[in-house]
Design a protein around this ligand. Structure first.
Ligand code: GNR
Ligand code: NI
Length: 178
């Protein structure tokens, strides 16, 4: 098991379309374990491979209070989505920002598990939100994309200022005092 580094918005690698997994092998199981470890350590309730710069269709979620109900999804497909709900969302790739987003209330997702076996899961409430949020990551989409462009630009500016290796900071550092 290992912690992996989480990319931060507006890193363009978060916009990558992830590729389907052909075989659920030990590398994929290692990725799942690392995603879970990284998610619990953060702590977060979900994590997509895209966020750790692995562009394969793999995600994990655990919305339980005791962190004892991990779910891993390989090649997830949302088969149906019904109703609406609105919740404050956050994202480990957009640290420190929380905004309401409208999502489907009830979904059914089909995927492969860590053994490569097909399964479906029906979800509602927070678990449904989390799965939709993670599936978006695999398509290069972030919750900030649902906000107004004004809000998104504000978030982008603030995160660019914070990021120690941001182009802007490096440019300022190069420019020196004054
Ligand atoms: O930890 C997380 N919390 C959260 C809260 C509301 C809606 C979605 C999420 S997912 C987020 C972790 C994350 O960034 N997953 O991609
Ligand atoms: Ni996220």
């Amino acid at each position: 098991m290992a912690l992996r580094r989480v990319l931060h918005y507006p890193d363009s690698r978060l916009r990558t379309q992830a590729k389907p997994v052909e075989t659920v092998d030990d590398d994929i199981r290692q990725l799942i374990d690392d995603l879970l470890e990284t998610m619990y350590e953060a702590p977060g309730i979900g994590l997509a491979a895209t966020q750790v710069n692995v562009h394969k269709r793999v995600l994990v979620v655990d919305v339980s209070e005791n962190h004892d109900q991990p779910h891993a999804f390989v090649n997830p497909v949302i088969e149906f989505a019904e109703g609406t709900q609105q919740r404050e969302e956050g994202c480990l790739s957009v640290p420190g920002f929380y905004e309401p987003v409208e999502r489907a209330e009830h979904i059914r997702v089909a995927a492969l598990d860590r053994a490569g076996k097909a399964f479906t899961l029906e979800a509602q409430g927070l678990l449904a939100v989390c799965i939709q949020h993670e599936c978006d990551h695999l398509d290069g989409k972030l919750f900030v994309d649902y906000l107004s462009s004004l809000k998104r630009q504000r978030i982008k500016k603030r995160l660019l200022k914070q990021s120690p290796d941001s182009p802007r900071r490096s440019a300022l550092a190069r420019a020196g005092p004054g």
